[in-house]
Design a binder for this molecule. Structure first.
Ligand code: TMP
Length: 253
């Protein structure tokens, strides 16, 4: 059997050519990185958990009419997705201050924001994904005004959906990042949610205890990352039956 073609390898996922034109296979690795890959580890079971969790969230988005790239899960680590032309921006929505916003504005982590705030960062590892304004986005042509309006609307709908399902299982959605892609139909394109939605790209805090259940556990050395993701999956009822991770994360760098 011919070896399938690798299209792109990122820090946490690999994209392969899909079985039909316009599709790709997205493979979830166990690798975790933080601070622009300065910190790296392999965390047993992370890829399996994120594959399941991203499937769960994307299917939910589909059910409420929010277009996204998910077609179907293929196996423990792979899902079939629609190819999309990724807009080179990370779209961040924040409900509570944390992370870079807290640092930038000197705001205590956990401070409720007056309304959800949408931010854009340019996807550029060499520059450390800098924050950019809507003016930059339009002026430099990363997206046009219509795309920008659609991206904000899409991100806020995802925020409402994700906040609701997390609240239902006792978790506060502090913030998250999504990536958005263009899908072309003749001369027109529409925008879809792409990449992944998982605890790698969200901040999730237990409502009662404030315990962190997301990638900050790894970034800030707060414990076992796979245990935190397993807890999210367990509460949502999407825990794959045969994931075990009794070992500690192994530092590979
Ligand atoms: P930040 O506070 O570090 O800017 O992160 C905001 C949100 O974006 C948080 O939920 C984590 C997520 N995020 C990513 O998914 N990828 C990244 O590279 C970074 C820096 C943050």
């Amino acid at each position: 059997m011919a070896r399938r073609k690798k299209i792109y390898e990122g820090k946490a996922k690999i994209l392969y050519e899909g079985p039909e034109p316009g599709t790709m296979v997205q493979y979830f690795k166990d690798d975790a990185t933080a601070f622009n890959a300065e910190k790296k580890a392999t965390i047993d079971g992370k890829g399996v958990l994120n594959n399941r969790l991203s499937e769960y969230f994307m299917k939910g988005l589909t059910q409420i009419g929010i277009p996204n790239h998910f077609i179907k899960r293929i196996n423990m680590r792979e899902q079939l997705i629609r190819s999309a032309e990724i807009i080179p921006l990370e779209v961040i929505v924040r409900n509570f201050a944390a992370g870079s916003l807290s640092k930038r504005l000197g705001m205590a982590e956990g401070t409720a924001l007056p309304r959800p705030i949408v931010e854009f960062c340019l996807k550029d590892d060499a520059l450390g994904d800098p924050l950019v304004s809507e003016e930059h986005i339009i002026a430099f042509g990363w997206a046009n005004q219509q795309d920008l309006d659609d991206m904000i609307a899409l991100a806020l709908r995802v925020n409402d959906f994700m906040s609701g399902i997390m609240m239902a299982v006792g978790i506060k959605l502090v913030d998250f990042k999504i990536e958005i892609g263009r899908v072309w139909e003749n001369d027109f394109h529409r925008l879809i949610v792409a990449d992944e939605i998982s605890p790698d790209s969200c901040r999730l805090w237990d409502i009662e205890t404030g315990q962190k259940l997301d990638k900050d556990v790894f970034r800030r050395d707060l414990g076992n990352l796979a245990d935190a993701y397993t807890e999210v999956a367990r509460r949502l009822g999407v825990l794959p039956s045969n994931v075990t991770h009794t070992t500690k994360p192994t530092l590979i760098n």
